[in-house]
Ligand binder design. Structure first.
Ligand SMILES: [Mg+2]
Length: 398
C-alpha cells in the first residue's frame, strides 16, 4: 500500500486530515477546533510522506516527527500519525487498540472536558452552583474539572486578584501573570471549599489553574487546599501553550505538598516528558494525542510514566469526535496509571451528523465504551460532511 495524497480541510474550525492510499483505504484524524491555522503545517508535510507505506507507521513518522513542536505546532504531526493508525487498522480489519497491544479495559473513565457552562461572577456560590449543574448531567461524570485562577476570567473579574499587568481578555495562558494578592489566594481557596462541599466525597474535583503562578503562590495554594482533597492542580507553573516544561520547579512544588500536581498538555514528544517522569516532578501527566506526537507517542509516555508511579490523565477537550475516537483507542491500552481522559464533544453540534459509530448516549455513568470496529472505530461520512466544506476544500473527499 502507498500513500498517494494528504489532504486537509476545515470542518467547523477543526483541521481534518485525510491520508489517501492507492488501495482505496483512507485514514482520517482531527485537530483541536482552536487550531484552524495549522492547516498549512499539515499540508507542508505532504511531500515527505507521499509514496510511503502508511502501515509502516514508525517509518513514516521518522520522516516527519522532527517537524513538529510544542502546542500548537505538534498537531500537524500528531494527526497524521493518528490517520496512519486509522489506515493500518482498517487494512488489518482491527481496531487501533489491537495494534497498540490490545485493550486492558472495555470502558474508559472520562471527565467533563468539553462540557462546561458560563461561570458568571467566579465567586464561591457561582462555582458551587456550577458543579451542582454538572453533577446533574446525564453523563454521570465521576470527575469534574473546573478552571480557576489564571486559567479563568477570575483574574479579571475578581478585583485586586493579582499584582501583575492586566493583559489578556478572558484568554488563559502566559498572556497574564503576576504575584497573587492575599485576597486573590483566599478567593481561590474559598471557591474550592464551596465546590467540595457541594460535591461530596463521591465525585472528584480537578482544577485547571494556570499557567502563570509565581512559585510561592502555587505552593501556598496547593498547601491551602490540602484539606479539600482535590484530584489534581493542573498547569500552575507552565502548561497550556507554554513552549517549555520546567521540570525542576515542578519537582520542588510536587514534593512540598500533598495535593497532586499535574501538567503536560502542551508538551511534544516523549523526550520532553523524560525529566518530568524520571524525577517524579509531577504526580499526573496530561499529554494530548493530538499534540504530543500521536497515539503511539502517548502510549510510550504512559508506559514510561507507570514505571515511576506517575499517573496519566490525557488532555483532549477540543479534539472533536474523531479525536474522541482516538482517545478511546489509545486509552483502552494504557496501564493502570490511567485515571481518565478529558471528554471532547461535537463542535459545532452538526459534527454528530457527519460521524457514525459512536454509541448514543456516548457517556454513561461517567464512562465511554471501547470502540471495536476497524481503525478509529468511527466513520466520517463524506456525503453528510460535504455540505460543510469551505469552497477552498471542495475536493477534500474526491
Ligand atoms: Mg489544561
Amino acid at each position: 500500500m502507498k500513500i498517494v495524497d494528504l489532504k486537509c480541510a476545515l470542518l467547523g474550525s477543526h483541521p481534518v486530515v485525510r491520508v489517501v492510499t492507492d488501495e482505496g483505504i483512507d485514514g482520517y484524524a482531527q485537530a483541536e477546533f482552536w487550531k484552524p491555522f495549522i492547516k498549512p503545517q499539515i499540508l507542508g508535510l505532504r511531500e515527505a510522506i507521499l509514496g510511503q507505506d502508511p502501515t509502516d507507521i514508525e517509518r513514516v513518522m521518522l520522516r516527519i516527527r522532527h517537524r513538529g513542536a510544542f502546542k500548537p505546532y505538534g498537531s500537524a504531526v500528531s494527526v497524521i500519525e493518528t490517520a496512519l493508525w486509522d489506515i493500518a487498522g482498517k487494512a488489518a480489519g482491527l481496531p487501533i487498540h489491537k495494534l497498540l497491544g490490545g485493550k486492558v479495559r472495555d470502558k474508559i473513565r472520562v471527565y467533563n472536558g468539553g462540557i462546561r457552562f458560563p461561570l458568571g461572577a467566579h465567586g464561591p456560590d457561582d462555582y458551587a452552583a456550577d458543579v451542582r449543574r454538572m453533577m446533574a448531567l446525564p453523563e454521570g461524570f465521576t470527575i469534574l474539572k473546573q478552571p480557576i485562577g489564571f486559567h479563568s476570567a477570575m483574574k479579571t473579574v475578581v478585583p485586586g486578584f493579582h499584582l501583575g499587568e492586566p493583559r489578556s481578555q478572558g484568554m488563559h495562558g502566559l498572556l497574564e501573570r503576576g504575584k497573587l494578592t492575599e485576597r486573590g489566594l483566599a478567593h481561590m481557596v474559598e471557591c474550592v471549599a464551596a465546590m467540595r462541599e457541594a460535591m461530596g466525597p463521591d465525585v472528584a474535583l480537578a482544577l485547571d489553574c494556570g499557567p502563570g503562578f509565581a512559585f510561592k503562590d502555587a505552593l501556598a495554594f496547593a498547601r491551602a487546599v490540602e484539606p479539600h482533597k482535590v484530584l489534581w492542580l493542573e498547569d500552575l507553573l507552565t502548561g497550556d501553550y507554554s513552549p517549555n516544561v520546567d521540570a525542576a520547579a515542578y519537582r520542588e512544588l510536587t514534593h512540598a505538598t500533598d495535593t497532586p500536581i499535574h501538567t503536560g498538555e502542551q508538551i511534544y514528544l516523549r523526550h520532553n516528558f523524560k525529566e518530568l517522569i524520571a524525577t517524579r516532578a509531577v504526580d499526573v501527566i496530561g499529554p494530548d494525542p493530538c499534540d504530543v506526537g500521536g497515539l503511539a507517542e502517548l502510549k510510550w509516555i504512559a508506559e514510561f510514566a507507570d514505571l515511576f508511579g506517575v499517573l496519566m490523565a490525557p488532555h483532549g477537550t477540543a479534539n472533536g469526535l474523531l479525536g474522541l475516537a482516538a482517545l478511546i483507542q489509545v486509552s483502552a491500552t494504557l496501564p493502570d496509571n490511567f485515571i481518565a481522559f478529558e471528554y471532547p464533544i461535537a463542535e459545532p453540534a452538526w459534527w454528530s451528523d457527519i460521524v457514525t459509530g459512536l454509541p448514543d448516549p456516548i457517556v454513561r455513568d461517567g464512562f465511554v465504551d471501547v470502540l471495536d470496529k476497524p481503525g478509529l472505530g468511527v466513520t466520517l461520512l463524506p456525503e453528510a460532511a460535504r455540505r460543510y466544506l469551505l469552497e477552498e476544500d471542495a475536493d477534500f473527499f474526491d
